[in-house]
Design a protein. Structure first.
Length: 121
């Protein structure tokens, strides 16, 4: 996928692109979502999707459930680590990793996409 294909598929009007990284922010289904795509020679090589609650009524636990359910529904059962807080799908076209990290009082829910060329077998 190229930069133009990403921009067209996401219907993006405002973005930051420095030649390697493209960053987009939006509110999706009551979650703040920041997406950073990584390009190498014009080809999409990876992405980081960061999710957080958009209001105090929504918790990170709810965000985590809201993020992982559609991934499991679409890609099937993942490899599970760390009490269901680290999910990995090794697919033929790409690799997905969904994480819920909780350190002290800081919490983060994110999903990474990586081109399989980045992961030698």
């Amino acid at each position: 996928m190229t930069l133009n294909q990403v921009l067209e598929s996401e219907k993006i009007e405002e973005y930051k692109f420095d030649g390697t990284f493209l960053t987009i922010s939006d509110i999706v289904d009551g979650m703040i979502c920041e997406i950073t795509f990584r390009f190498d020679n014009g080809k999409l090589r990876g992405g980081l999707y960061s999710f957080s609650p958009s209001s105090k009524q929504k918790t990170y636990d709810l965000v985590w459930e809201q993020v992982k359910k559609p991934l499991i529904s679409k890609y099937g059962n993942p490899i599970v680590f760390e009490n269901n807080r680290n999910l990995i799908w090794n697919l033929s076209e790409f690799r997905l990793n969904a994480l819920f990290i909780e350190v002290d009082k800081a919490k983060l829910v994110y999903v990474t996409y990586d081109d399989p060329e980045n992961y030698p077998n």
